[in-house]
Design a binder for this molecule. Structure first.
Ligand code: PEP
Ligand code: MG
Length: 842
């Protein structure tokens, strides 16, 4: 909509002006919603910046938009993450649809309440109808309500349009090299570069085209690596614009790209393909079968709509249908893991921030499908860009939910896969929904380019018993359907020309493993005592009540790690103290009075965010405000958690454990807070208090810590990451970030010695404890408890029963002197299974 009259927008509040770039929320600072300004308010009544109609008023009263007389739409958003306040602290003085005049009071808010309960008071005023904001009216930093602050300059817009007249020029086709296509970041760079030219510029992919100056429009093209793109431009500087944008696209728009980007069409199909592909094991096992490529369904999305009300209703209806479909999946799920994943997907459908973004776009005249898709894509991109592999994996869930709703909005039916027998699926990425609905009678395993070992897709694959690997080169997508392949997920390998002998060997091995699993399960209730009479406690790593119950039924001797941060991970609001206490009580009851329950305090931080514990963005989240550091920075959170845990102190042998401790002061500070709560509740004594050993400084200072704790539990996942300086979830480093590295083993040995010297016990709760190969080693190093992943309890107990402590000690003493993880693994693999034949090499 063009502006025909000059228009000044008035300051909706008094306060300090801030440029959008400085807003600590990329949804706003990226200008994806619109251009405008931000005010750090000193007043508490939001007033209309222009005359018009209130075209949208958020139910929670924290945001609204006004459509001016000439069609301009201005969105105002009070505070950051204020949608979570569910209306508390806001008083609306107007209604949706009401005519308002410039300067009229719209919403009153309680700044003190917001300051305490929301992330920030920063208030946004954004022009969302697409017109350029050509300048600040004033260069003063302080503004007063009603003072003109922004100018929408119709002359500049008209000049641009007239300059743009003329013949359209087109570039040569260019092959897109960006591995994820033009997602938010490269698209933002491209749009920014395009805005430097007066010409009207379009980006074309086949019959679709996008306004190259609009981030949302570029993202809506849904480009993928290998797409042939063209740039066209109309206007005086069209030639320069095309040249600059083609160069930018060919260079990857700020991203590293593969050789696929070139002005010539791709020739990759003619290159010979490797017979061996390497990735990361997402689900163990092996399978021999034939390739079936699974391509993503491309959806056509209309951008504009005529009736926002109708679009709102369509979105509402599609969300309802998606909720029902997910409920059906939950009801038919065979295990807790699947049920939990689809419950989390249902929660995403109610996510206030997603809905807010979608409704804001609908209010500007976009279709429900376009608005919903943009909200999903922008949020998924944010997740991916936050430097956390966990969040990046959650972006897959978001995309999955997004597609589900989108297909309902567009009336698109799911395309059923035409599966051959013994299919090995290859895909850029499988969604959790696709994975859960795989026909395991026909599908033997799968391979993906994206994804990670801790993704929901990997969890589902393990639950279905399907071998899977992820993180393969995108060239694997060129393998022809029907190619015979051997998937050796244990080694993270896919062979396209497998040795028939190897295929036979693996099939025989699988058969043996299945038999062994059945035997271990039958003996799960027997204690884990070595042949020479040493008892090693085998407990469970859990994240829910359901897992606690399952662990007990599989022979778990207690819980060695309750990851409390996962109890409420998919919630946007904090659980009440009563709810927390009820959860701990229920878990304690499942264990009974004689078993240990080790509850770890919240291990939240960069890689494991909790929606209701807002955190600043960090450049290195793994090295930032994680675990105990975050809890000590928010002592009320920790106190509340201590109180909830203490509620179950009489029901079980409660142990409290602090994560990510790196300094004695942290232990002492947390202990003081715990003591205060113990005293306030009038309890006779403090429960056992221990720390995770997962930072090298804690392992090196274990002798000092041992004097002040009741126990240690070694987190080998983080200990490996911090000792080897390798991101624990990095797909390329997965082969090297190996907990069998002698450096990690030496830290374990040192921790055990220090603990035992002070009469304290040591457990291992990192993933190393769940590896049958590591059992003789950890036993030999003197570890007292192994806390393992629930399904592996029977196998680990069975492994202990085969061993002899003396021989394991000699083995460990020898292994600790080896040079690298490969030597350690090799040495352990050479040990025969039965204890009486456990031979040490010289
Ligand atoms: C570990 O780091 O080994 C551990 C058990 O903690 P988490 O995996 O939860 O970080
Ligand atoms: Mg850890």
């Amino acid at each position: 909509m063009a502006i025909t009259q000059p228009l000044q927008l008035l300051a909706p509040l008094s306060g300090v002006l801030l440029p959008l770039e400085q807003v600590p929320d990329p949804v706003f600072s990226s200008r994806v919603i619109g251009d405008g300004l931000c005010i750090d308010p000193t007043s508490q009544t939001l007033c209309a910046p222009l005359s018009g109609v209130v075209s949208n008023l958020q139910r929670s009263g924290h945001a609204l938009s006004i459509t001016g007389e000439q069609g301009q739409q201005v969105l105002m958003h009070i505070g950051l993450d204020t949608v979570n306040l569910a209306g508390k602290g806001f008083t609306c003085l107007i209604e949706e649809g009401q005519q308002v005049t410039a300067g009229q009071p719209l919403i009153e808010f309680d700044a003190d309440y917001l300051a305490l309960h929301a992330r920030s008071l920063l208030t946004l005023m954004l022009v969302v109808s697409g017109e350029a904001v050509t300048g600040l009216v004033s260069d003063r930093l302080l503004v007063v309500t009603g003072q003109p602050v922004l100018r929408l300059d119709p002359a500049a817009a008209a000049a641009q349009t007239s300059e743009a007249a003329g013949q359209a020029l087109f570039s040569q086709p260019l092959i897109l090299g960006n591995p994820q296509g033009l997602h938010a970041r490269p698209a933002a760079l491209l749009a920014q570069a395009a805005k430097c030219f007066a010409a009207n510029i379009c980006l074309h992919r086949r019959e679709d085209s996008a306004n190259a100056k609009s981030l949302v429009s570029i993202m809506a093209l849904q480009t993928v690596q290998g797409d042939a793109l063209q740039v066209s431009a109309v206007g005086a500087d069209a030639e320069q614009a095309i040249q600059a944008l083609v160069e930018l696209l060919a260079s990857g728009c700020g991203e590293k790209i593969s050789a696929a980007a070139s002005p010539e069409p791709r020739v990759a199909m003619e290159e010979p393909l490797d017979p061996l592909w390497r990735g990361v094991c997402a689900s163990p096992g092996s399978a021999f079968g034939q390739v079936l490529q699974v391509a993503e369904q491309r959806l056509q999305i209309r951008e504009a709509a005529t009736s926002p009300q109708q679009e709102r209703e369509s979105l509402q209806q599609a969300l309802g249908q998606a909720r029902e479909a997910l409920q059906l999946l939950r009801d038919s799920a065979s295990g807790d893991a699947q049920q939990e994943i689809f419950r989390a997907h249902q929660e995403l459908l109610d996510d206030p921030s997603l809905l807010e973004q979608a409704h804001a776009l609908i209010a500007t005249g976009k279709s429900a499908a376009f608005a919903w898709n943009s909200a999903i894509e922008v949020t998924a991109e944010l997740f991916k860009g936050l430097g956390s592999s966990l969040l990046a994996e959650r972006a897959v869930d978001l995309a999955d939910v997004g597609q589900r709703v989108l297909k309902l909005l567009l009336g698109v039916q799911e395309q059923a896969l035409n599966l051959p027998d013994q299919a090995i699926l290859i895909a850029e990425q499988l969604t959790p929904s696709q994975t859960a609905s795989l026909d395991t009678a026909k599908v033997l395993g799968f391979v993906t380019v994206g994804g990670g070992a801790t993704s929901h897709v990997a969890i589902l694959a393990r639950a279905l018993g399907l071998p899977a690997i992820c993180g393969l080169s995108p060239r694997v997508l060129s393998l022809a359907n029907g190619t015979r392949v051997l998937l050796d997920a244990d080694r993270g390998e896919l062979h396209t020309d497998p040795d028939p002998q190897r295929v036979q060997q693996l099939q025989a091995l699988r058969q043996q493993q299945r038999q062994r699993q059945q035997q271990d399960l039958a003996q799960a209730a027997h204690p884990a005592v070595t042949r020479d009479g040493h008892h090693l406690e085998v407990t469970a790593n859990i994240a829910s009540l359901a897992e606690a119950e399952q662990a007990m039924s599989l022979g778990g001797e207690g819980v060695g790690l309750l990851r409390s941060e996962f109890l409420y991970q998919d919630r946007s609001q904090a659980p009440s103290p009563e709810e927390q206490a009820a959860t701990y009580r229920a878990i304690a009851q499942a264990l009974g009075p004689t078993r240990n329950l080790v509850v770890r305090t919240l291990d939240v931080g960069g890689d494991k965010p909790l929606a209701y514990v807002p955190m600043d963005r960090e450049a290195n989240p793994f090295l930032g405000l994680r675990g105990i550091r975050l809890c000590l920075a928010r002592p009320e959170l920790l106190r509340e958690q201590f109180r909830a845990m203490l509620a179950c102190a009489g029901q079980t042998r409660l142990h409290i454990m602090l994560p990510m401790v790196s300094q004695l002061a942290e232990l002492r500070q947390a202990r003081q807070l715990l003591d205060d709560e113990v005293q306030a509740l009038g309890l006779a004594e403090r429960p056992k208090l221990g720390i995770m050993i997962e930072v090298p400084s804690a392992a090196l200072m274990a002798d000092r810590f041992a004097q002040e704790v009741d126990f240690f539990s070694i987190g080998t996942n983080d200990l490996t990451q911090y000792t080897l300086a390798m991101d624990r979830d990095h797909p390329r480093l997965a082969g090297q970030a190996d907990s069998f590295h002698p450096a990690v083993l030496r830290l374990i040995a040192r921790t055990v010695q220090a603990a035992h010297a002070h009469g304290k016990w040591v457990g291992v709760c990192g993933a190393l404890a769940s590896e049958p190969l590591a059992v003789p080693l950890l036993l030999g190093l003197g570890v007292d408890e192994l806390s393992v992943s629930v399904p592996l309890i029977p196998a680990i107990k069975a492994r202990v029963r085969e061993l002899d402590l003396n021989q394991c000690q000699a083995l460990a003493a020898r292994i600790i002197d080896l040079e690298d993880a490969a030597q350690v693994r090799e040495c352990l693999q050479r040990q025969p299974i039965a204890a009486d034949s456990l031979v040490l090499e010289n």
